[in-house]
Design a binder for this molecule. Sequence first.
Ligand SMILES: [Zn+2]
Length: 315
Amino acid sequence: MPIALAPLAARLPSSPLTRFAPAPTGVLHLGHVVNAIYVWGLARALGGRVLLRVENHDKQRCRPEYEAALLEDLDWLGFEPDVFPPAAFRAGACEGRQSDRGLHYTRAAQSLIARGLVYGCQCTRREIDAANAAAGSAGPGGDADELHYPGTCRARGLALGGPVGWRLVVDPGVVTFDDAVHGPSRQDPWAQCGDLLLRDRLGNWTYQFAVTVDDLAHGVDLVVRGDDLFASTGRQMLLGRLLGRPRPPVFLHHPLVMKSRTQKLSKADGDTGVRDLRAAGWSAERVIGHAAHLAELLAAEREVAVSELPSLVGV
Ligand SMILES: [Zn+2]
């Protein structure tokens, strides 16, 4: 189903700062291109700016060579970030790269620790699964990706200094928001996942924590991303509020693109990588047009330049 963005214009901030935020765990593929079409299309249509963020919070899975490749692919495609452009990353340490922002995450966590909201957790994923099974549930979240943490370590008083995860005390309660595509929405972060992990046992800041700190620090007020992240909106809003954010960003979740009517797109498919298409002789405009067509933003496949994107997203 194509999404009609035009009626949503009233829900979108004017002159927003939005972000394109890939994780360098692989190369850019058509799913990223679809997201970039929405991000740049909306930013340009609304007179806003795009910030580039490299989400390499997971030290075990992210690779510098993937970062270099994604910067090069963005240049080739013609997507130009206004804040933290590729040159800023290539120059060395950059505030757009999460691994260069450890101090900011530590400071943000300290503000929560000082209020007694964080405790140490030693549980492995297997132990959390076992605790949930013993309690006769896979957790109330009901989402396969989400693990409901049953609060095992809440009262154990583990020191945060050792090899323990850092969890945020979350109280049950509904967070409401007006998603620019989905409309009025309600999520209960505690019911979904229990106490939130801020830092894992290996010392990696979690995705939820790092992006919430980043969005607040950089003043991102429009978050444009795929439906696969819709369920995490409530917890990011809750976290942002605890970190002192007065107003949450506007969230817009667009449909994920399919390879065909029945096949989901995946990084494992060599034929969806931007580099593979480029190597096969495709032009950047053809790649963007193909992605736009897959996203049903274009009725018929044709070459599309970045400058055309505002009219494509139709705000
Ligand atoms: Zn635990």
